[in-house]
Design a protein around this ligand. Structure first.
Ligand SMILES: NC(=O)c1ccc[n+]([C@@H]2O[C@H](COP(=O)([O-])OP(=O)(O)OC[C@H]3O[C@@H](n4cnc5c(N)ncnc54)[C@H](OP(=O)(O)O)[C@@H]3O)[C@@H](O)[C@H]2O)c1
Length: 319
């Protein structure tokens, strides 16, 4: 780990959650500027350890991309969920404030989660979380704001050709399709499926632009558009991947989930667009790029089954 004596500009940007889908891509895009730490190096539930690591590393910025992201697990384990998603942010924000370095906290469209509420949501709208995960993310946001130079980036429905150990939506659907099974997906939940490599480019832009004083610190929504239901997204995915299996729309009530999901977790992105940051493509284009990468990685065809595919009938829960 770099020492305290490094000059400010040579210090790394610290990425927390480096084994996650987003964290790994953050490290991949800027390998020379970043130190990525995983749970083995710093367990975010151990606050003394978190403080120690931050003071030892003295990064020039921290990107908090770690989270308990299994929404149903969070509903069953609220204490652990809040420890990682919220209270660890308080600790990180306090050290960032004392070190006078910026903090980037990744949040979720789920903070606008109540069933009856409709978007698209702007940064100025009042959040209305509808489950434990969403409440923990909202509290995490509030803690992140205690660091004077903060960016809170809300996003939605991440997909990547390189998912983390947790299966993503794309991999779950492709697994079902590759097994020749019908795919059943909710038709009454709207979202912005967001391609991680594009989100990461936007994150790096925002951090740099804020540090150069060209963009204001604060909260931004960064997603691919336009809004789509998970059913429509899955149908396009299965078709684009060349599978011939039925994709059936179901209602949320037919999906066995512990935590209620938002019906309309759709974010408005005008504020980000005004920063002049890298454009976020329409999701069909981003999805085509993701599938292209998957094919390349699999040596053209067939598309890879994800490890741990268990053949469950319904799509994985999405956040
Ligand atoms: N995935 C989505 O669709 C989505 C949508 C909106 C917002 N977000 C937000 O985007 C961020 C990144 O999500 P993601 O999809 O990349 O998540 P992910 O793939 O599930 O990765 C989560 C990361 O957090 C780490 N982590 C969890 N508990 C930890 C602990 N106690 N100590 C240290 N590290 C811990 C994990 O480490 P291990 O590998 O060791 O478990 C992993 O590196 C999160 O803030 C999430 O809330 C995600």
């Amino acid at each position: 780990m770099p020492s305290l004596s490094l000059p400010y500009e040579d210090r790394p940007v610290l990425v927390l959650g480096a084994t996650g889908t987003l964290g790994a891509e953050l490290c991949r895009q800027r390998p020379d500027e970043v130190v990525g730490l995983d749970r083995r190096r710093v367990d975010l539930r151990r606050w003394r350890q978190v403080r120690q690591v931050l003071w030892q590393l003295r990064p020039q910025a921290v990107i908090h991309a770690a989270a308990a992201t299994d929404v149903d697990w969070c509903q069953r384990h609220p204490r652990e969920c809040f420890a990682v998603n919220a209270f660890s942010v308080a600790v990180v924000a306090e050290v960032c404030r004392r070190l006078d370095v910026p903090l980037v906290y990744i949040s979720s469209s789920f903070v606008f989660g109540q069933q009856s509420a409709h978007g698209p949501w702007h940064e100025t709208h009042r959040p209305c979380p509808g489950n434990a995960y969403a409440r923990s993310k909202l509290l995490g946001e509030q803690y992140a704001r205690s660091c004077p130079r903060h960016l809170i980036v809300r996003t939605c429905g991440l997909f990547h050709h390189r998912p983390s150990r947790r299966r993503g939506f794309v991999q779950s659907i492709l697994t079902q399709a590759a097994l020749g099974r019908r795919v059943r997906v909710v038709r009454d939940q709207w979202a912005n499926p967001t391609y991680v490599p594009e989100l990461v480019r936007a994150l790096w832009f925002l951090l740099q632009s804020c540090r150069q004083g060209r963009t204001a610190w604060g909260t931004y929504h960064v997603v691919n558009g336009p809004a789509v239901t998970w059913y429509e997204f899955a149908r396009e995915l299965v078709q684009a991947a060349g599978f011939d299996v039925p994709v059936e729309p179901i209602r949320s009530e037919q999906f066995p989930a512990v935590a209620p999901r938002p019906r309309f977790a759709v974010l408005a992105t005008q504020k980000y667009a005004q920063t002049g940051g890298p454009a976020m493509s329409p999701w069909p284009q981003a999805l085509a790029r993701c599938l292209h990468q998957l094919r390349n990685r699999a040596g053209q065809a067939p598309l890879p089954l994800c490890p741990g595919a268990d053949g469950t009938e319904q799509a994985a829960a999405v956040i």
